[in-house]
Design a protein around this ligand. Structure first.
Ligand SMILES: Cc1cc2nc3c(=O)[nH]c(=O)nc-3n(C[C@H](O)[C@H](O)[C@H](O)COP(=O)(O)O)c2cc1C
Length: 327
């Protein structure tokens, strides 16, 4: 067998399947409320993220007349496989909402069981579901019996020191779930401390469905490190991708050339303006720009200029000048 054949064969076979959905790749943009919107998510997909997860959407909003869910769940076919992520605390409402959004033709529907925000967790949704294993079992049973698409779950390690992640992972599997993503922190930890990769490894060892590990993947080397350490099928990159979306092209931030930066900025800004209109699109784009433009290396004056509200055309012109000077 020639080396070329082996190479082609390698690149064209899926890394793993989520039930019958093939996933080509092992590095995925983590769902992030307020960040993994269509412009950023589809940009990361173009840069190499293996699939897309939407920001989470509240089931009550899906079942209302609100226009917000449609905006959050918007996608184009090139983004596939696309996972819609939802959250709620009532199994019947979760099912009703999932059936409603299934009509939009996602590849997968995911239940968020990890959000630690007070307003969500304390009413029993997000990570607030984890202290109620029976409710999780009922919810997954209902979802997997009624939906055509695979159903997956994203969890934390538990509510507090009393971590029940292994139990919850097994319940998801036993009730038809097709994948479990594990953020290696408890609700109490929120985003502090180190993510516990041993726990991700324990989940992987205790279920047969694929497992995605999440937490503290910041550099390219961390991707292989987490996979090797935990045997997980893929890793998610959250905050690390905000500082370096090129991680999906297996580049650390310092390896990205000024030309690549300019190209990505142009693409991201164009998507943001297309999606939100010029004014909102330019404004919303800034919160990403401050993260991935290596602002600390720019002069105070340039930083101030970048953060000043201006139409997208002017912004690009200014950026051209900045990068001609610093390149
Ligand atoms: C701003 C922000 C928003 C997030 N929103 C979501 C969300 O909507 N759904 C979800 O499952 N996880 C959410 N997460 C958790 C991430 O998906 C991820 O599991 C976590 O940030 C740990 O990964 P990291 O260390 O790579 O950031 C969010 C995290 C951050 C920082």
């Amino acid at each position: 067998m020639s080396a070329l054949f082996l190479f082609m064969n390698n690149t064209s076979s899926p890394h793993f399947h989520i039930r019958d959905v093939p996933i080509y790749g092992d590095t995925i943009l983590a769902p992030m409320d307020g960040y993994s919107d269509w412009p950023f998510r589809s940009l990361c997909r173009e840069l190499g993220s293996a699939m897309s997860y939407t920001e989470f959407v509240k089931v009550e909003k899906i079942l209302s007349r609100s226009k917000e869910p449609a905006k959050r769940l918007y996608f184009t076919d090139v983004e596939r496989p696309i996972t819609f992520q939802i959250y709620g605390d009532d199994p019947d409402l979760i099912l009703k909402a999932a059936l409603k959004i299934q009509v939009l033709n996602p590849d997968i529907i995911d239940l968020n069981m990890g959000c630690p925000a007070k307003s969500i967790a304390e009413r029993g949704a997000g990570v607030g579901m984890m202290p109620s294993p029976l409710k999780i079992a009922r919810t997954f049973k209902k979802l997997t019996s009624a939906l055509k698409v695979p159903v997956t779950g994203k969890i934390r390690l538990g509510w507090d020191k009393n971590k029940n992640y292994k139990l919850i992972a097994r319940i998801v599997e036993e009730n038809g779930g097709s994948l479990i993503a594990v953020h290696g922190r408890t609700k109490e930890q929120r985003y502090t401390g180190n993510a516990d990769w041993d726990a991700v490894a324990e989940v992987k060892a205790s279920v047969k469905i694929p497992v995605i590990g999440s937490g503290d993947v910041r550099r390219v080397i961390d991707i292989e490190r987490m996979k090797k350490y935990t045997s997980c099928d893929a890793v998610m990159v959250g905050r690390g991708a905000l500082a370096n979306p090129w991680i999906f092209s297996k580049l650390d931030r310092e390896q990205v050339t000024p030309e690549q930066v300019q190209q990505t900025v142009r693409r991201h800004l164009a998507k943001s303006v297309e999606f939100y209109g010029d004014e909102d699109g330019s404004r919303l784009f800034r919160k990403y720009a401050v993260q991935y433009l290596l602002m600390q290396t720019l002069t105070r004056e340039t930083r101030k200029q970048i953060l000043k509200p201006m139409p997208s055309g002017e912004f690009l012109e200014m950026l051209n000048q900045v990068y001609t000077v610093t390149a």
